[in-house]
Design a protein around this ligand. Sequence first.
Ligand code: NAP
Length: 291
Amino acid sequence: MTIKINNLCIIGTGLIGGSFALALKKAGVCGHITAAGRSEETLQKAKQLGLIDSYHMNIADAVKDADVVFVSVPLGAMQSVFEQINQGLLAAGNDKAIITDAGSSKLRVQQLAEAIFTDSSRFVAGHPIAGTENSGPQAAFAELYKNRRVILTPVADTDQDAIKTVTELWQATGAEVETMDAEHHDKVLAATSHLPHLIAFGLVHCLENMEDIENVFRFAAGGFRDVTRIASSDPVMWRDICLNNREQILDMLARYRTEMDMLYNALAESDGEKLKEVFEHAKQTRDKFTH
Ligand code: NAP
C-alpha cells in the first residue's frame, strides 16, 4: 500500500525539492504541498510550474500544519532554516512533524539537527544520489529519483516510524533507499562525488588561463565534455559541500595529488610501461564496477 500524508512542506523549491514534490504529486501521495524558501520569485515559479500548491514567505508559518518537512536548501543555509522550522513547530504546538533533508554531506547536518531541534528523534537525515548540473524550480522533473539511490543516515535515537515514513516517501518517488552511518556516507561521497566535482572545476579553471582558450573549447571532444559537465553545477552549493565535508575531501584530494604526481613522473621519465600499467588497472576497475 502506498503511503499517504496530508501536508508536505518543502523548504527550498529548487531542483531537489521541486523534483521531490513533483514525484510525490504524480504518485498521489500528498494531500497538500506547501513551501517556503528565500525569494518570492522562486516560490511563485514553483507554484506556476505546479510543483507546489501554496507557499509562505515565512518558514515558521509554512511548517505549522506539516506532517513532513523536507529541507532542500544549500548546506550553508541549513542552520538558519532548522532554527526557523523549530520555532515554527514549537509556536504551533506541532510535535508530530517529521523533518528530513537532502543535503549532500551528512555528519554536519546531523550535528546541527541534534543541536537545534527540540525533538531531534523526528529528524531523519537523507541524501538522494541523483541530480543534474541545473538548478532552480525550472530544472525539477518528476523522474529525477526513479531507480536512483537515496541514502538515509539515522542515528540510534531516530524514531523508527519517522524512518519508515521517510523511506516510504522516497520509495514513492521511485528511489531505492539504503541506510548507512553519516561518517561513512561522507567518506564515500567525498570519493565518488565531491572529488570528481573538484577535478572538473579545477580542470576548466586551469584551461581558462591558456592563451588559446577559444580553440580549446571549440575542439573539445566527447571526453572533455564528459569530464567537465559537472563544472556547470551551482558554485554556492559546491562551496558549501566542500566546507561541510572538508576533512574527507582534503583526504581524497591528497590521495589524488599523489596519483597525479606519480603519473607526472612516469611521463617525465618516458616510462611507458608504468603509464600502461596504471591505465590497465584503472580500465579493469572501472569495467568491473560499471558493466
Ligand atoms: P537549487 O536548485 O539551487 O535550490 C535551492 C533552493 O533553496 C532554492 O529554492 C533557494 O531559493 C533555496 N534557498 C537558498 N538559500 C536559502 C536560504 N538561505 N533560506 C531558504 N531557502 C534558501 O539547489 P538543489 O540542487 O535543489 O540543492 C538543494 C540541496 O540538495 C543542497 O543541500 C544540495 O547539497 C542537495 N543535493 C543536490 C544535488 C544536485 O545534484 N543538485 C543532489 C543531491 C543533493 P532561491 O531560489 O530563492 O535562492
